[in-house]
Ligand binder design. Structure first.
Ligand code: HAM
Length: 410
């Protein structure tokens, strides 16, 4: 039997109904913040992602040459693609630009629960605003998106400047190694990477920095750095909006393009793959031939949010099953169309079952009503509406049957 590729999933209707429900809620929230949807190609020139995404992502890319010899990659993330689209299409548009997306990404990772090779991100990018209020808006949007989904989560917010300030004496390679250890939250690797470059002395202040509970604790380690007012103002904008968060100046982010504020979201009830959101302030447009522009965004790991909900609710049952004989089929089509026009799910037999077998199949399917149209009903222009829960039934006009079902399902 042929199987789906490793790290991919099939979504059957019950699961899709839940995914679409959460997606719709998220889309509504994004719209209320004034964000419009952007769609970019599922594949791009490899260069787009190798420019600044960082080693981790490049190693996981689905990369190939197309028939024209172009080096192509399935997108491992969407921020770089959105920045390219901004440079191509929207540089002269009034700022700030508020865009959101819901789309699949591809990473050749080791699959496990919550980590897939094809996965969906719900994300947003705010382009052209460089202020604490802009950073806070993006965080507030991410908070509301997660909240509307019903997932239990915590947001952690930091900034790269304090850590970079502390690591200023190290060269770029050394800095990256320390930051990568932090990103993996691997404290042994973190201590070893400092020890291996003879900077074990940095261990104690860095641990104080990443475990600092208040901004004053941070400044006690770093002193007055130039980014201090911006960080304080961003936190203050978040407090003004009652956004709950924990500060964390150990957030390093796996992607290389971040330049300032960074933040991550974690679900309470997930195991190893509990990071459900990542984002921050970055600059990418100038790498793609555009004018340098400040940007800030995030992406929610939609599949992880769905995993956090656990068991699926059973698939929604059809509300009405229309039961007929071959002679009354035409009347049954009319009845089904009338229910559908009123927004009621109506299904008909497709397997040449007898009248009785259609009725028992309707009961088994969990339908709420059967609409019986035998020879009698067909000639009198009526239907028999049977409530399958109570087994009561009555002969009535099609219009009245539709009204009754509509009123019942409101
Ligand atoms: P990221 O942290 O690489 O950031 O991915 C964002 C989220 O996507 C993660 O927090 C995680 O929930 C989800 N995710 C990542 N890889 C997988 C996977 N293999 N399977 C399932 N879910 C996964 C970005 O992609 C940035 N572009 C975010 C951003 C937008 N920064 C600024 N703007």
């Amino acid at each position: 039997m042929l199987q789906k590729p490793r790290g991919t999933r099939d979504f059957l209707p019950a699961e899709m109904a839940q995914r679409r429900y959460i997606e719709r809620r998220m889309r509504n929230v994004a719209a209320t913040f004034g964000y419009g949807e952007i769609v970019t190609p599922m594949f791009e020139e490899q260069e787009l992602f190798t420019a600044k995404s960082g080693k981790g992502i490049i190693g996981e890319m689905y990369a190939f040459e197309d028939k024209g010899g172009r080096k192509i990659a399935l997108r491992p993330e969407i921020t770089a693609a959105v920045s390219r689209a901004y440079v191509n299409e929207a540089q002269v548009a009034p700022k700030p630009i508020r865009w959101f997306y819901f789309a699949e990404c591809f990473r050749y990772e080791r699959p496990q629960k919550g980590r897939y090779r094809q996965f969906w991100q719900f994300g947003a990018e705010l382009i052209g605003a460089d202020s604490p209020a802009a950073d806070a808006e993006v965080i507030a949007l991410s908070y509301e998106l997660l909240r509307c989904s019903g997932v239990q989560f915590i947001l952690k917010i930091g900034h790269l400047a304090p850590m970079r300030h502390m690591l200023a004496g190290l060269n770029t390679v050394e800095q990256k190694r320390v930051m990568a250890a932090l990103d993996k939250r691997d404290m042994n690797l973190f201590e070893n990477s400092l020890a291996s470059i003879g900077r074990a002395d940095l261990c104690e202040p860095l641990v104080r920095l990443i475990t600092a509970q208040t901004l004053d604790d941070v400044w006690a380690v770093t002193g007055d750095i130039p980014e201090k007012p911006r960080i304080e103002e961003t936190f203050s904008c978040l407090k003004d909006q009652n956004i709950p968060f924990a500060q964390n100046f150990g957030i390093a982010r796996g992607l290389d393009y971040y330049t300032g504020m960074v933040f991550e979201g974690f679900a309470d009830n997930l195991g190893a793959e509990n990071q459900i959101l990542g984002g921050g302030v970055y600059r990418l447009a100038h790498l793609f031939g555009g004018k340098d522009v400040p940007s800030c965004g995030f992406a929610i790991g939609f599949d992880r949010v769905m995993v956090s909900f656990g068991e699926l609710r059973p698939e929604a049952a059809p509300i009405v099953a229309v039961v007929c004989t071959p002679a009354s089929r035409s009347a049954a089509y009319t009845a089904a169309a009338a229910f559908r026009a009123a927004g009621v799910t109506a299904v008909m037999d497709l397997m040449d079952r007898s009248f009785g077998a259609q009725l028992s199949s309707a009961i088994k399917s969990g339908a709420s009503y059967a609409v019986l149209i035998g020879a009698n009903e067909a000639t009198s222009g009526t239907v028999t509406l049977k409530n399958l829960a109570s087994a009561s039934q009555k002969k009535t006009s099609l219009g009245e049957a539709v009204d009754e079902v509509v009123n019942d399902s409101c």
